[in-house]
Design a binder for this molecule. Structure first.
Ligand code: ATP
Ligand code: MG
Length: 291
């Protein structure tokens, strides 16, 4: 740590983070899966945007993946100028991620983009005491500004995902309809259990969402759904998301499916999923205010 950084830390220790405390109490949901490409980012983006647009709740979408796919998925709805990086902030004491929150073109939806430097941050975190607690520590003020914070995790169970699980109240696991993805669900659940026992006793498991379903694979889909039902019972979300080219085209255009093609079957499916999600996290009533 150089002299400038030490001075900055000391100044913030006296002054605190540069943002005021808000009057809400967010529920924090991490969207995580060990396997890559199962639809974590697409699910996180559409749940966050859906809760903001249809349930009129104030939502923050945090990208904890260095691939920066949240930014790409919402590129036409986000401000163009890049501010300070999330990774840099996490490594400093007495900072809060709320300092980085940017409004999007969707009313009530705010976002914190990631960048490639998050990979370096993950390496630097390794030498820190309490390295799994950095996001929790620096999201206390952010929690007071939103009704919901959704964290998009990278496709591994490294320090960044652990930070998300420690900062979260609940974890949601997307599962595409493949055997490998089923195995990935079991692994992330094992990690969730370990995090609950050792670092975050409040962490709930919200459930598994079926994503990228190809209706043509009737037999495969049936046996995977049966297996998910047997293993996870009611934790399996009733709604499912099919593969739809409109979703990929919306991403290419930097928009959600709600903006890109609101009348499409995919838009309806994400909206139904959003409603089920809202019910599971208890966000269907009017916004709670702090006492
Ligand atoms: N419902 C869908 N219909 C069609 N394509 C989809 C759908 N959901 C996701 N995709 C596509 O599948 C790919 C992977 O989706 P996504 O990026 O959401 O997965 P991920 O789990 O976040 O991936 P990673 O592990 O790399 O972070 C993307 O190219 C996305 O456009
Ligand atoms: Mg992703």
């Amino acid at each position: 740590m150089d002299l400038k950084e030490t001075f900055g830390n000391l100044k913030r220790m006296i002054q605190g983070p540069r943002v005021p405390i808000g009057d809400r109490q967010a529920i924090v949901v991490a969207v995580a899966a060990q396997k890559g490409g199962v639809g974590k980012t697409t699910t996180a983006v559409h749940l966050a945007a859906g809760i903001a647009a249809f349930h009129k709740r104030k939502v923050l979408l945090v990208d904890m993946d260095a691939q920066g796919h949240v930014q790409m998925s919402l590129s036409s709805l986000l401000p163009t100028q890049q501010g300070e990086s999330l990774g840099g902030l996490l490594l400093q004491k007495h900072r809060d991620i709320q300092e980085l929150a940017q409004p999007t073109a969707i009313e009530h939806l705010w976002s914190i983009p990631s960048d490639r430097s998050l990979n370096e941050t993950e390496a630097q975190m390794a030498s820190r005491i309490g390295k799994e607690l950095l996001l929790k520590q620096s999201s206390k003020i952010a929690r007071s500004h939103y009704d919901l914070i959704v964290i998009d995790c990278p496709p591994n169970i490294g320090t960044l995902t652990l930070n998300a699980l420690v900062a979260a109240d609940a974890v949601l696991v997307p599962c595409d309809m493949s055997v490998l993805s089923l195995d990935g669900v079991a692994s992330i659940l094992e990690t969730t259990q370990t995090v609950r026992e050792m670092l975050n006793p409040n962490l709930q498991w919200l459930g598994v969402v079926r994503t990228r379903l190809d209706r043509r694979n009737v037999m495969l889909n049936r046996s995977i759904v049966e297996s998910l039902r047997q293993q996870y019972g009611e934790k399996l979300f009733g709604s499912e998301i099919c593969n739809a080219s409109a979703v990929a085209r919306a991403q290419l255009a930097g928009q959600t499916i709600y903006n890109f093609d609101p009348r499409s079957a995919a838009s309806r499916a994400y909206r139904i999923l959003t409603d089920e999600f809202a019910q599971r996290i208890g966000l269907t009533t009017s916004p709670p205010k702090r006492a």
